[in-house]
Design a protein around this ligand. Structure first.
Ligand SMILES: Cc1cc2nc3c(=O)[nH]c(=O)nc-3n(C[C@H](O)[C@H](O)[C@H](O)COP(=O)(O)OP(=O)(O)OC[C@H]3O[C@@H](n4cnc5c(N)ncnc54)[C@H](O)[C@@H]3O)c2cc1C
Length: 396
């Protein structure tokens, strides 16, 4: 791969930088480590303004075709945009609607479904959540047990989803349910859309060990979902679900965000030797850790460049995406671990304590990043894929 931008790519990068310089509200810049759903709530107005400016430019859903309100950007342009947005610490506003269900509807949805949902996803009127995982089905998703039974013009849905991110804030849910219990497990699943206000849907927030309720359990109790909300063919939902998962995984972040975290940490270490909030002058091994993290950030960057250069050539990355996901998610945890080393015992203090370095963000990040090697496919599942598809090892 050529690491330099072509003249067209360089011009596009300049356009994105200029746009960010002029239009990104200060309050729509992220904090780096440990920002969660709380950031969204506390900066609602700035983010609404940011969304409006992006929409005017057609950049809410840059990957969508222009005819559906996107910008028809090429894979490389999307990647450049991701890099520049990360560099400017711009908080993304699209959510699962833009990244997952929108592109799935563009491929598999009916005209009516596209008309009903795509515009409201772009305007931010409709927030979406993903109801795939169940208490007994995560890595082995095809074993899911939520049932949908056809009854007249509706399907009647019963079952439970779990780990449903931002379900409390979502207006709609896209989910998988079993429509043919007698078929082989991948072949009896269908893909549905449901209004979260439908009678029979209830939510129980799950509080993680960092004290945040970012995800929920979602219960379906005789929920009537109109048959027009079935996406694609009945019983073929597994294959439509994999389209959604491909979009989830292909939205590969740039490693820029990771580099900024390490740079922030280096700056913190330098600036706080006098007040002892940093231990860098007393524990020289922490310096080596910082150097290692910086090297690793560059490795993560090269792994993501490999994936993106394959996509740009029209190839479908497979174990290469697993390598990038595995490495970046584990690196996120190592960076959070190094942050606690840099900040010493103070680093564990929560926000609220006047002594908490970075207003408590380092301790919070250490806890929150635990989820990064579980969400979006666990490290073991990524390693299985690398072993089987990359190294050609046998399944068992
Ligand atoms: C922060 C967060 C947000 C999430 N948001 C959503 C969401 O919005 N919507 C949604 O549907 N889901 C969501 N999930 C769920 C996520 O997709 C699952 O947690 C994940 O797929 C793992 O499934 P599981 O939790 O059931 O664990 P399991 O699959 O039960 O795995 C348990 C352990 O066994 C290991 N394991 C399982 N199978 C194998 C195997 N074949 N070989 C080796 N080891 C194996 C796993 O690696 C893991 O360590 C979220 C999860 C997290 C942490």
């Amino acid at each position: 791969m050529d690491f330099r931008d072509t003249p067209e790519e360089a011009a596009f990068r300049q356009e994105v930088r200029e746009f960010l310089r002029m239009e990104l509200p200060e309050q729509a810049r992220g904090l780096g480590l440990a920002e969660g759903p709380g950031v969204w709530r506390s900066r609602f107005e700035a983010l609404a303004e940011w969304r409006k400016r992006l929409a005017e430019k057609g950049w809410i859903a840059p990957a969508w075709p222009k005819e559906y309100g996107g910008a028809s950007l090429s894979v490389m342009q999307q990647f450049i945009m991701n890099e520049e947005f990360a560099e400017a610490r711009a908080i993304p506003v699209g959510g699962m609607g833009v990244a997952m269900v929108g592109p799935t509807l563009i491929i598999h949805g009916t005209e009516e479904q596209k008309r009903e949902h795509l515009g409201r996803i772009l305007s931010g009127e409709a927030q979406w959540c993903q109801g795939f995982s169940e208490p007994g089905s995560g890595s082995d998703l095809a074993s899911l047990q939520t049932r949908a039974v056809r009854d007249g013009d509706d399907y009647v849905v019963n079952g439970q989803k779990t780990w449903t991110s931002l379900a409390q804030l979502a207006h709609w849910i896209f989910f998988l349910a079993r429509t043919d219990p007698d078929a082989p497990k991948h072949k009896g699943i269908s893909y549905f859309l449901a209004d979260m206000k439908s009678p029979g849907i209830s939510i129980r927030p799950l509080v993680n060990m960092g004290g945040q309720a970012g995800f929920s359990e979602v219960f379906f109790d005789n929920v009537r979902v109109p048959a027009r909300n079935l996406v694609g063919e009945e019983h073929r939902g597994w294959y439509i679900g994999t389209t959604t998962l491909d979009f989830e995984r292909s939205s590969i972040g740039s490693a820029v965000g990771l580099r900024l975290q390490v740079e922030d940490l280096i700056r913190f270490a330098r600036e706080h030797t006098e007040d002892h909030l940093s231990v860098i002058d007393r524990h020289p091994t922490v310096r080596y850790q910082l150097a290692d993290r910086m090297v690793e950030v560059h490795v993560a960057r090269n792994l993501s460049y490999r994936v993106i250069s394959m996509q740009a050539k029209g190839m479908v990355p497979n174990y290469e995406s697993s390598m990038a996901k595995l490495y970046a998610s584990e690196l996120t945890q190592r960076i959070a671990g190094t942050a606690l080393k840099v900040t010493g015992l103070y680093g564990q203090l929560r926000s609220g304590s006047g002594w908490a370095p970075g207003r408590g963000r380092y301790g919070a990040a250490y806890i929150q990043t635990v989820a990064s090697t579980i969400a979006g496919g666990t490290s073991e599942i990524q390693r299985n894929s690398i072993a089987q598809r990359g190294l050609g090892l046998p399944r068992d």
